[in-house]
Design a protein around this ligand. Structure first.
Ligand code: HEC
Ligand code: HEC
Length: 292
């Protein structure tokens, strides 16, 4: 029944699917481009890959972290170079397919708990750097844990989800914005995926991007409204943003809490001051104010 629905809907939304062939979503070259592993490590830090792929006290990237969602608990898999339990046997096209299309080498759809709906926006050269970094992760022979889901246990429904919710392909610069604002937008939307925790979601669990960063109520922790609305962060200055992104300090002197501290500690605190300024400017000037 559900499969029939997927088949029936696949026809009218074929237009969405054909966006796949847009130039920005270039087909992966078969041989890997020469990426820079050190730059890839910085991208992985801002993208927070380690947080979901490392269990508390566990080996880096060996999986086991429990991610609580309204659909049940996801376990970040082992993405070390172990050929049996990790992704040691993957090719560059396999990696591109996972990051841009949310598709595994054997054709399964990934759950968007893996934030590929943001990572799909990564530029090709950044994906190549990430791939170079991923290949330096020491192999750990530890099996990935199964997810414990209460809804959407069957991955087949994710094909329909992707047709409706996944707007895939690298983010293109907006010619109306200067270079710093384009950089800030790219870091916020693609790499740091701030919207995955701060943008409200619809009933299907897709981000409502016209209300970008207006706040999300979802577990494990609600992400507050971080738009420049007067009742949200409209009063924040460039210095306020620098204190938050570099040190995790809020204007009232408190430290930011929960998941956000990890985003700062492993991500925004370790990037360059220029990139922090670009993020801050985008959040102050580029993002539309949204009422709480
Ligand atoms: C918010 C949590 C989260 C973050 C952040 C995250 N992932 Fe994942 N990732 C997951 C989950 C959950 C899965 C499993 C998805 C599934 O089973 O459908 C996954 C799956 C994967 C897979 C597929 C593994 C396999 O065995 O099929 C790869 C590769 C991967 N992630 C790489 C990355 C990289 C690289 C980053 C950083 C750029 C990253 N992930 C960031 C949660 C996350
Ligand atoms: C993994 C989820 C997650 C991601 C990704 C994330 N945040 Fe947060 N953020 C949170 C949560 C949860 C809080 C609330 C923390 C608290 O209760 O202290 C928060 C709080 C904040 C606050 C404080 C707001 C206030 O009114 O006190 C700011 C500012 C913020 N985040 C900005 C960002 C930016 C910018 C990004 C991207 C670079 C980002 N966040 C990415 C989860 C996230």
């Amino acid at each position: 029944m559900l499969l029939a629905l997927v088949a029936a809907l696949a026809v009218p939304v074929a237009g969405a699917a054909s966006a796949d062939s847009a130039p920005a979503d270039s087909a992966p070259a078969v041989s890997a481009p020469a990426g820079d592993a050190a730059r890839g490590a910085e991208l992985a830090a801002l993208a927070n890959c380690a947080s979901c792929h490392t269990a508390a006290g566990g080996a880096p990237y060996a999986g086991g972290y429990a991610l609580e969602t309204p659909y049940g608990v996801f376990h970040g898999p082992n993405i070390t170079q172990d050929p049996d339990h990790g992704i040691g046997g993957w090719t560059w096209p396999d990696f591109v397919d996972a990051m841009r299309r949310g598709r595994s080498p054997d054709g399964r759809h990934y759950y968007p708990a893996f934030p590929y709906p943001s990572y799909t926006k990564l530029h090709d050269d950044d994906l190549a750097d990430l791939w170079a970094f991923v290949q330096t992760i020491a192999p750990v022979a530890q099996p990935s844990l199964d997810h414990a889901l209460t809804r959407y246990r069957r991955r087949s429904v994710l094909g329909l989800w992707k047709l409706l919710e996944l707007d895939r392909g690298a983010l293109r610069d907006d010619p109306r914005l200067d270079a710093e604002l384009n950089r800030g937008r790219y870091l916020v939307e693609a790499v740091a995926h701030c919207g995955e925790c701060h943008t409200p979601r619809n009933g299907r669990g897709g981000r409502i991007d016209r209300k970008a960063l207006a706040g999300s109520e979802l577990p494990p922790e609600p992400g507050p409204n971080i738009t420049p609305h007067e009742d949200a962060l409209g009063g924040w200055t460039a210095d306020d943003w620098e204190a938050l992104l570099d040190l995790g300090i809020l204007p009232d002197g408190d430290f930011v809490g929960g998941e956000m501290m990890g985003v700062v500690e492993h991500g925004t605190a370790v990037i360059s001051a220029e990139d922090r300024r670009a993020i801050a400017r985008w959040l102050m000037e580029g993002v539309a104010p949204q009422p709480p």
